[in-house]
Every structure is written in structure tokens, then in C-alpha cells.
Write a protein that binds this ligand. Structure first.
Ligand SMILES: O=C(O)CCC(=O)C(=O)O
Ligand SMILES: [Fe+2]
Length: 297
């Protein structure tokens, strides 16, 4: 494991999105995302809101429903499960905070979407996660029975997906934060992606330890991995993924959607926020639905 030699930039967000100070903080955060592929955000959410989200996630975890109904992956004592937009997660302060919207628009364009909301629970004893990126884009083809890899360099592309991590507890040495190799997002889409050893050599590893209330945002292309949970408590972390409107997260290809909202709650969403949820099944139009159509009409 490489030495942890770097701290990520940490940006304090002022209370009001419409202030000059907010615009400056957002542009500092966007610059850190460009340079490091990750940034720590302070003051994004009211700790009371995070506490309500923590209670809900832990209740779903302890009762078993999170694992049973929402499971997306479960590896080495760490599982990720979809969390529906209900209760505290339905608060616009959570999904459409004005400062967050400004930052996401600066990274992903004005028509970005919510791709998924997951909780990642690292159980006591969970292993360290292998170093990975969350969603590569590849343009392989098969020609004459042989796979042809795309040889071009895509490393200068702007971001197409980002994850906002909201720890639902303090993160420390013992319970395991997310380790992020700062700056490595620029290398992930090279014609030849780097291996773990060269990522460890070329980019400093930064941890995201911090007190309850901080959040961190990272580019899908940055190399990262969850650290082991050596404590006696589960470590709950929200991973809230936003994407450009056209991008589909390969981690979700075998589940119906990672952005779940009931039809009733969808109809109750403020009109101005509905487009954020267009990837959820409740928002999608049915065409030729559930009716057998005979050729004769
Ligand atoms: O558990 C963590 O800290 C990170 C999890 C993660 O990167 C993932 O599940 O893709
Ligand atoms: Fe990941």
C-alpha cells in the first residue's frame, strides 16, 4: 500500500447558492476536480439531514431489507445497495441543493441526471477494496471474430459521471475511508490504461478521513478503493451518482434502475427538479405497453 502523501483540496461552501462567495467556492471545487479528479466539500448538508439519512439506512441494513431488496454488488464484506428516494432522500435540500447544482452543471452540463443512489456498507472486517475506476468508456469492436481495441487516447475528455460520497459516520483510520489516487483520472482512458502499480507510483494516494458532515465528490475515472473496516461497527456511505444525460453506468446494467422513486413521489416532485429524475422508471414513458398488438390492427 503506497504512503498516503496528499490531502485533497477541501472547499467550504457558503450557505447561499446565490452569493458571490458560492460562485467562487464552486469554481475552486471545479478546478480541484479538473486537477485531482476529487474534492472534499464542507458545509454541503445540514448534519440533521445526514443524521436522518443515517437512521434510515442503518434501519434498512439492520432489518436486512437493504441487502435483500437493493443489492447491486457484495464483495469482501462490502455491499452496495440501491436506496429509494423516500423520506429524507426526497428533500430537495439533498438532491437539488443550489450549490451542488452549480457545481454539477459546471462539470456535466445543464442537463445532467441522477443515475443512482446507493449505500455502500462496509461490514466490520470488510477487506480493503481493489483499486478501480467506476465506469470506463470503451470502444472495442469485433472484426472477423477478433476483438479490436480502440487505440486512441481519450484522456482529455471532460467528465461524464461523478459520485458524491456522503459518509453517514465519521471516517477514520479504523473504519475505512475511500482512498483516491489524486490526478489519476487523466490516465484512465489512455489507449493503454495504467496498472495498479504504476497508478501507485505516479499519483499520490489521498484518504478521505473526516468528521461527520463532510462529503467528497470524485470523477468516475479516478482510481480509488474503499479501505478495510477494522472497527466493530458497519461503515455506511452514500454514493450519489450524477451523469451526463446520455451516459449509462455499467455498474447498473443488470438492474432496472439505480434511481428509484415511486410514481406518487415522482408526481409530487417540484416541476423544476423533475428532469433530474428522468432516468428513473417512474419518469419514463411507456410505448406499446402490456397490450398484445395484432398485425391486423
Ligand atoms: O466503500 C468505499 O469507500 C468505496 C466504494 C466504491 O468505490 C465502490 O463501491 O465502487
Ligand atoms: Fe468505486
Amino acid at each position: 500500500m503506497p504512503e498516503c502523501s496528499k490531502r485533497l483540496s477541501s472547499v467550504a461552501l457558503p450557505a447561499r447558492a446565490s452569493s458571490r462567495a458560492a460562485a467562487r467556492a464552486v469554481s475552486r471545487a471545479a478546478a480541484a476536480m479538473e486537477r485531482d479528479g476529487a474534492v472534499v466539500l464542507r458545509g454541503l448538508y445540514d448534519p440533521r439531514l445526514i443524521r436522518r439519512m443515517r437512521e434510515r439506512v442503518l434501519r434498512l441494513h439492520e432489518g436486512g431489507a437493504l441487502l435483500k431488496r437493493g443489492l447491486v454488488r457484495d464483495i469482501g464484506g462490502r455491499y452496495a445497495a440501491v436506496v429509494p428516494f423516500e423520506g429524507p432522500f426526497l428533500s430537495p435540500d439533498f438532491y437539488a441543493d443550489g450549490r451542488l447544482r452549480l457545481l454539477l452543471e459546471a462539470l456535466l452540463g445543464a442537463d445532467y441526471r441522477i443515475s443512482s443512489l446507493e449505500a455502500v456498507i462496509a461490514r466490520p472486517g470488510a477487506c480493503g477494496q481493489h483499486q478501480h475506476i467506476d465506469g470506463p468508456i470503451r470502444f472495442d469492436r469485433r472484426v472477423g471474430g477478433r476483438v479490436r481495441r480502440y487505440r486512441g487516447d481519450l484522456s482529455r475528455l471532460p467528465p461524464y459521471a461523478v459520485t458524491l460520497c456522503v459518509p453517514l459516520c465519521d471516517l477514520d483510520e479504523l473504519n475505512g475511508s475511500t482512498e483516491i489516487w489524486a490526478g489519476s483520472h487523466k490516465s484512465a482512458l489512455r489507449a493503454r490504461p495504467p496498472g495498479a502499480r504504476s497508478v501507485g507510483r505516479d499519483f499520490p494516494a489521498a484518504r478521505t478521513d473526516g468528521e461527520f458532515g463532510q462529503a467528497y465528490l470524485f470523477d468516475f475515472r479516478v482510481f480509488h478503493g474503499g479501505r478495510p473496516n477494522l472497527s466493530r461497527e458497519p461503515r455506511p456511505l452514500l454514493m450519489f451518482v450524477f451523469t451526463r444525460a446520455w451516459y449509462r453506468d455499467p455498474n447498473l446494467l443488470d438492474v432496472r434502475s439505480g434511481a428509484l422513486i415511486s410514481p406518487v413521489n415522482w408526481r409530487r416532485l417540484p416541476e423544476k427538479h423533475r428532469a433530474l429524475f428522468l432516468l428513473s422508471p417512474a419518469a419514463r414513458r411507456e410505448l406499446w405497453a402490456s397490450r398484445r398488438v395484432s398485425a391486423g390492427g
